[in-house]
Design a protein around this ligand. Structure first.
Ligand SMILES: [Fe+2]
Ligand SMILES: [Fe+2]
Length: 190
């Protein structure tokens, strides 16, 4: 189902393992931003008729946010400052703001973020199974939901403009591949 053209770097998993607390804080912010993004998408006239669908995604993301906050609290990790992801900022910076196609770009970028989350949660569910069974089960429980968000955002874009979505998805998959190769040392999911 996922179409990515480049694997995330091999250093990613050891970095996450070594910084689980910081990565959980980042994850909490990621779910918070996913919830607000689902609401932000409601500003596009092409998505007015999807308001309930987008609210349902926002509610799901808020529930994920609450679950991560619960994990942080049980582990005594304070919810703190978010960290910037060069990969997410790099994708967001290419959205053609102020154009008719802004909504397509925004939906495709959201789909890729959801898709990469789905992919990485799957990897974490497997990798943490023996050392961190609680976290492994938690990540496994999110895979289907993030995969559905990935698919929903792509379907929404295709319904607005199929050929433009295909063109931009192709372009964004190259951007994703380019950006994901760039090394950074932040303890973050993306
Ligand atoms: Fe989520
Ligand atoms: Fe999501």
């Amino acid at each position: 189902m996922l179409l990515f053209r480049e694997k995330f770097p091999a250093e990613w998993l050891p970095m996450v393992r070594a910084n689980l607390g910081a990565v959980l804080v980042d994850h909490a912010h990621l779910e918070r931003k996913a919830a607000t993004t689902a609401i932000t998408l409601q500003k596009y006239r092409q998505l007015f008729h999807r308001v309930h669908e987008l609210n349902a995604i926002a509610i799901e993301e808020l529930q994920h946010f609450e679950l991560v906050l619960g994990l942080l609290e049980r582990r005594g990790i304070p919810f703190s400052q978010p960290m910037r992801s060069p990969w997410i900022s790099g994708l967001m910076a290419t959205i053609r703001n102020g154009t008719e196609n802004q909504v397509i770009d925004h939906l495709v970028v959201c789909a890729l973020i959801e898709g990469r989350s789905c992919e990485k949660f799957q990897v974490l569910a497997e990798a943490l199974r023996t050392t961190e069974p609680e976290l492994a089960a938690f990540y496994a429980s999110l895979v289907e939901s993030e995969g559905n968000h990935y698919a929903s955002y792509l379907i929404m874009a295709r319904h607005i403009d199929e050929p433009e979505t295909t063109r931009r998805l192709d372009w964004y998959l190259d951007r994703d591949a380019e950006l994901i190769r760039q090394p950074h040392s932040h303890p973050i999911l993306h």
